[in-house]
Design a protein around this ligand. Structure first.
Ligand SMILES: [Zn+2]
Length: 181
């Protein structure tokens, strides 16, 4: 009797906390531990590197991801990307408005870009990019490439066919039935 009352009380408190806009620190720790669990589980299943991510909306996990680069032959299958895809599929939207991303490691430049496109409310990260570099996952070179002139980058970028390419833009501008984003 006493136990079931306590359980009910705890469940209700957890629910109230989940609905509160100012999440308690405990929730952040809980969701971060879920991201880390995904990292370890994916790694143990030989899906990819030790990175995990969960996406939370209104106190509930709406998307999960872990690194799957080597198992899916997909260099873009980072934890944040796979979690964003999962959350967007589950929420049936291309924008993560009101969502919080918990990622086990500081996002790389690719994931940083993807996060900006997805437009979540906030990002929490566990380990940082220096920690990742220490175990062989160094993304510092990408940050160094960004401000370089195109012809100075390790992968050369060159512009061709601008006039033809602009036709697609003109068609988009003139298109009436389009979904803006
Ligand atoms: Zn990444």
């Amino acid at each position: 009797m006493c136990n079931s009352f306590n359980k009910k009380f705890i469940d209700e408190a957890a629910k109230a906390m989940a609905n509160d806009e100012d999440y308690d620190d405990v929730n952040h720790v809980h969701f971060m531990s879920e991201a880390i669990k995904s990292a370890i589980k994916g790694m143990n299943n030989n899906e990819g590197g030790p990175f995990g991510c969960v996406i939370v909306k209104n106190g509930e996990i709406v998307g999960r991801g872990n690194n799957k680069v080597t198992s899916t032959n997909d260099p873009t299958a980072h934890a944040e990307i796979t979690a964003i895809r999962d959350a967007c599929k589950n929420l049936n939207t291309f924008q993560l408005e009101g969502c919080i991303i918990y990622t086990s490691c500081e996002p790389c430049p690719m994931c940083l870009g993807a996060i900006y496109w997805a437009r979540p409310e906030k990002v929490f990260f566990g380990s940082n990019k220096n920690d990742a570099a220490n175990i062989g996952f160094d993304d510092a070179f990408i940050y160094k490439e960004l401000p370089l002139d195109m012809d100075k980058r390790s992968i050369p970028f060159e512009q061709i066919g601008r006039k033809n390419a602009l036709k697609a833009f003109q068609l988009w501008q003139d298109k009436e039935n389009k979904t803006n984003y």
